[in-house]
Design a binder for this molecule. Structure first.
Ligand code: MGD
Ligand code: MGD
Ligand code: MO
Length: 701
């Protein structure tokens, strides 16, 4: 390396990790010169990152220095929602928050405080897993559950398997058939593609089951478009073919499952013809994929979160996870299923959350029902809302209702943020927080089996502070005495690793800091269910007493979507709108970055040529998309990447940047899915109407 002495001295490389809500949780290297971060790249030695980041995070350093970065505490001066603020000091801000929270507790009790966090930051110290819980617990606040991302599928996996995780995604490389089931890794976690490609080089067949021909589906050997929300029916139909061929693994079923005959009965109720009617997948396609699954060992099913954002989403993931038990794939390297690896990390979350405090007993509130909770709950009402790593005014369902809730003049709202989001506009007090290169954290992942350490690389700009420090200062401002509220970042990082679980054997904070990443102490290949399941009986319980006790169908089955298959509703709102990840934003992160906005282009809705033609719409026209909950505008793309009856768009646009009061989530219902209160973003019927002709159409008219 060419150096001049002076330069070399001030140049160092700091190992960190990406904090965003993506399965890949990359390890990264920040080059710091004279106190300034000058380069960022994926860690070469990390077995999953393998030296690459993604189109968005490649520009993370630029993002930390964006001109709209929040640098000082602010106090509202305009009306709620207007985003008019004056600068105040930290002491003043914390005093005001402390005083208001004490008033709320004196009037309606601690439960009138709602600490409401999102998935903006996934770390143990700064993010959704971490350090705020102790403070909220000490205040007796309501407990928040993040439900708009993955909870239904986690509950579904847990119900079938007895643990909320499955095969190691790296083992996809050993599969001979890979089913990407509602999974678009080329956009939502591209590092897994390497393992998929490795399997394909060895001859594996790749299938994508998705209502949209995504980037990943387009590069698969086969794309099977499905009616949204009907995946469980397809899973049962595929098993029907397997059973019809006598291809089930009776040895595995006998030894490691219970109540197979009962589940077999259910499977027999789903012959391909019936399944085809429900799913709109042609009969021949159901049979062909069923045969392929019956005859290909190992088969790996990679499912993901998009598919469970439906009324029957938990059941879909539950039923899909039963497939490898019937085929016996759970015993083979490269076989099985994986939805999320999040639960593979047996960190001591109780210790992080409670320290030496008692376990909280207050009510639980969910992101899914935020509008309703803010407007209608009165026992007690929500008097104070503390938001961090969350942008519900853009991310959450039914934004009309939600915004009315946020606009309540009697609601005291604190937003801790990096950028002036639509949600920030509703804050009474805004606190500026650090970004990932400026604070410490520890991260597990939901798409691989490694832990990551994030070492702070540079000093924070302006007056930004880490969440962990903000919570300590707020505790002090409120005069709280519990010692654990003042634990340092290192204390907290130690606490999460304090566990006797064998997967953490030999993993110390010191070792993690030194290398930046460590694989959980799990065998490779990882075969969690080769010899049984962590259920009460040690077997996979097809007829699950746990599910029955929760009032759920005791067996894997098919729970229909709420709106997609509602024929009455289809009369008024003929199109099912599916709006998953954008390639260029990460949820709403980067939605304010000019370069990503330029690449993403205006917000678009894609219609099948048939649906466009009957509405007199051509490519480039601007249309009104609406249902009873609201209306938004979008430029129309006409393409057969979607089937007739389906409309596709993407999440992530900031309403105020695209010039609207709410984005497409205005049309999404605030309704719980079947399990754990998950959200139903893709279970949404709309109609589309021409609003303005495209320039090109006008010119040729
Ligand atoms: N239509 C539709 N809507 C969806 C989805 C969909 O598929 N379709 N997906 C849903 C899913 S999966 C999710 S997870 C949710 C996500 O919804 P949210 O929880 O709102 O998550 P994000 O938009 O990722 O991030 C929220 C905010 O966190 C901030 N942030 C990032 N890092 C930090 C930090 O270090 N400190 C602080 N204080 N703030 C930080 C960002 O600036 C951002 O404004 O959206 C859901 N909404
Ligand atoms: N670039 C980018 N990456 C992201 C995100 C992002 O916003 N942008 N979001 C991150 C977050 S928060 C999460 S939780 C993960 C999610 O990761 P994924 O689950 O992979 O991402 P999604 O795009 O939400 O959904 C995946 C696919 O599910 C499909 N889908 C929707 N409904 C159904 C259905 O009923 N059946 C089937 N079979 N498929 C269906 C969608 O069309 C979509 O292509 O990705 C993360 N990665
Ligand atoms: Mo998510």
């Amino acid at each position: 390396m060419a150096t001049n002495g002076q330069h070399a001295k001030s140049r160092r490389i700091v190992r960190g990790a990406c904090p965003l809500d993506c399965p890949d949780t990359c390890s990264w290297d920040v080059t710091v010169e004279n106190g300034r971060a000058v380069d960022l790249r994926g860690a070469r030695d990390h077995p999953f990152t393998q030296g690459n980041l993604c189109v968005k995070v490649n520009r993370y350093l630029e993002h930390t220095r964006a001109p709209d970065r929040l640098l000082h505490p602010l106090r509202r001066v305009g009306r709620k929602g207007a985003g008019e603020f004056e600068r105040i000091g930290w002491d003043e801000a914390l005093d005001e928050i402390g005083t208001r929270l004490k008033e709320v507790i004196a009037t309606h009790g601690g439960e009138a405080i709602w600490p409401c966090f999102g998935t903006g930051h996934m770390g143990v110290l700064q993010g959704m897993w971490g350090s705020g819980f102790r403070l909220w617990n000490a205040l007796g606040a309501s407990q928040h559950r993040v439900t708009i991302c993955s909870v239904a599928g986690v509950a579904g996996t847990l119900t079938t398997l007895g643990q909320a995780t499955g095969m190691d995604p790296e083992d996809l490389s050993h599969a001979k058939l890979i089913v990407m089931w509602g999974y678009n890794p080329l956009s939502t976690g591209n590092h897994a593609w390497r393992f998929i490609s490795e399997a394909r080089r060895r001859g594996a067949h790749l299938v994508a089951i998705d209502p949209i021909r995504t980037r990943s589906a387009a590069r698969a050997d086969e794309h099977i478009p499905i009616l949204p929300g009907t995946d469980a029916a397809l899973a049962l139909g595929l098993l029907n073919v397997v059973v019809g061929m006598g291809a089930e693994d009776n040895d595995y079923l006998d030894r490691h499952t219970r109540d197979w005959p009962a589940f077999r009965e259910r499977i027999l109720q789903y012959p391909p013809e019936r399944v085809s009617e429900i799913t709109r997948v042609p009969v021949d396609t159901v049979i062909a994929l069923g045969r392929r699954i019956a005859t290909t060992r190992p088969t790996a099913i990679r499912s993901s979160m998009g598919m469970q954002r439906h009324a029957g989403g938990g059941m879909a993931i539950r039923t899909i996870n039963a497939i490898p038990a019937v085929t016996g794939d759970w015993r083979l390297p490269g076989g099985g299923a994986i939805y999320s690896t999040g639960a593979a990390f047996p960190g001591n979350f109780a210790k992080i959350r409670q320290g030496d405090l008692d376990r909280p007993t207050t009510r639980e509130l969910t992101t899914t029902r935020m509008g309703e909770i803010l407007l209608e709950f009165d026992d007690p009402p929500i008097d104070a809302l503390i938001l961090y790593g969350a942008n519900p005014a853009a991310s959450s369902p039914q934004q009309g209702t939600l915004r009315r809730g946020l606009a309540r003049e009697d609601l005291f709202t604190v937003v801790i943020e990096n950028f002036p989001t639509d949600t920030v506009d509703y804050a009474d007090v805004v606190l500026p927080s650090t970004m990932q290169t400026e604070h410490a954290d520890i991260h597990n992942a939901f798409g691989h089996m490694y832990l990551q350490w994030n070492e702070p690389a540079v000093a924070p700009p302006g007056e930004c502070l880490p969440h962990s420090e903000i919570f300590r200062r707020l505790a002090r401002a409120m005069g709280l005495n519990e010692p654990c509220l003042y634990d340092s970042d290192d204390d907290l990082a130690q606490a999460i690793l304090e566990s006797d679980h064998p997967a953490l054997d030999g993993i110390t904070l010191e070792a993690l800091k030194k290398k930046g990443w460590i694989r959980l102490n799990l065998p490779r290949p990882y075969l969690p269910f080769a010899e049984g399941f962590p259920t009460d009986s040690g077997k996979l319980e097809f007829n699950s007493p746990r599910a029955a006790a929760k009032g759920l169908d005791p067996m894997p089955g098919f729970t229909p979507p709420g709106e997609v298959t509602d024929e009455d509703l289809a009369g008024r709102y003929p199109l099912a709108l599916v709006a998953p990840a954008s390639h260029y934003f990460l949820n709403t992160n980067f939605g304010n970055m000019p370069e990503m906005l330029k690449r993403a282009g205006p917000r678009r809705v894609t219609l099948n040529p048939e649906d466009a033609a009957v509405r007199g719409i051509v490519e480039g026209d601007v249309a009104r998309i609406f249902n009873d909950r609201g209306t938004f505008e979008a430029e129309i793309v006409v393409s057969d990447v979607v089937q007739p009856g389906i409309a596709a768009s993407t999440k992530g646009y900031w309403p105020k940047i695209i010039g609207e009061k709410a984005n497409l989530n205005l049309t999404v219902a605030e309704r719980d899915s079947d399990m754990a209160g998950g959200a139903v973003f893709h279970d949404n019927r709309v109609e589309v109407e021409l609003l303005r002709r495209s320039e090109a159409a006008l010119a040729s008219a």
